[in-house]
Design a protein around this ligand. Structure first.
Ligand SMILES: CC(C)(COP(=O)(O)OP(=O)(O)OC[C@H]1O[C@@H](n2cnc3c(N)ncnc32)[C@H](O)[C@@H]1OP(=O)(O)O)[C@@H](O)C(=O)NCCC(=O)NCCS
Length: 149
């Protein structure tokens, strides 16, 4: 229930969290896609162990935030933490779990030498854009470009 004060644990992602993330994504998107999340979770736990975070209440995963430290991509030499995907169970929103997971992933990035945290957002998605602004993200001089095919 939103607003309840059950104890929350924020801890690094591990492979046993896949089914919890699949369940949250299915609740948000309506799509059951275990193979997608298995691939993503394995990627992040290997690429930057300890960076990605989950929020746990009563032994149940209720939120996740996946990301990793990168340097040198697109000619961006400065080490930077990237936040790629995140989601919170709709029954557990508005309890600062997103902010808490972000604080934890950011602390990890700083310890790894990151000079910034970066992400991409679809500005048509007002909810995600509003959340990112609230936790401190601001437009960067980098611009995302594309050619529609
Ligand atoms: C975006 C999302 C993580 C926010 O969850 P949440 O539980 O509301 O987040 P928090 O409680 O940690 O909120 C942190 C801050 O963001 C703000 N915020 C959250 N949602 C917001 C919104 N829709 N518009 C504006 N601000 C918002 C909160 O007000 C809070 O700011 P404050 O501390 O200054 O009051 C959640 O809505 C979500 O999971 N959305 C779906 C994301 C998705 O589609 N994922 C798919 C897989 S990638």
């Amino acid at each position: 229930m939103p607003g309840t004060s059950t104890a929350v644990t924020i801890r690094p992602l591990d492979e046993l969290d896949i089914s919890g993330i699949v369940r949250i994504d299915e609740k948000i998107s309506g799509i059951y896609r275990p193979e997608v999340w298995e691939t993503r979770v394995m990627y992040y736990t290997r690429r930057d162990p300890g960076a990605s975070q989950v929020a746990v209440i009563g032994g149940k995963v209720v939120g996740f935030m996946l990301g990793d430290l990168r340097a040198g991509e697109f000619g961006l030499d400065e080490p930077s933490g990237w936040v790629e995907r995140f989601g919170i169970d709709p029954d557990h929103r508005g309890q600062d779990l997103g902010r808490k997971m972000f604080d934890a992933i950011k602390t990890h990035f700083v310890a790894e030498g990151a000079k910034s945290v970066r992400t991409l957002v679809d500005t048509n998605d007002g909810g995600v854009a509003g959340f990112l602004k609230a936790i401190g993200f601001a437009p960067a001089p980098l611009q995302a470009l594309e050619i529609r095919l």
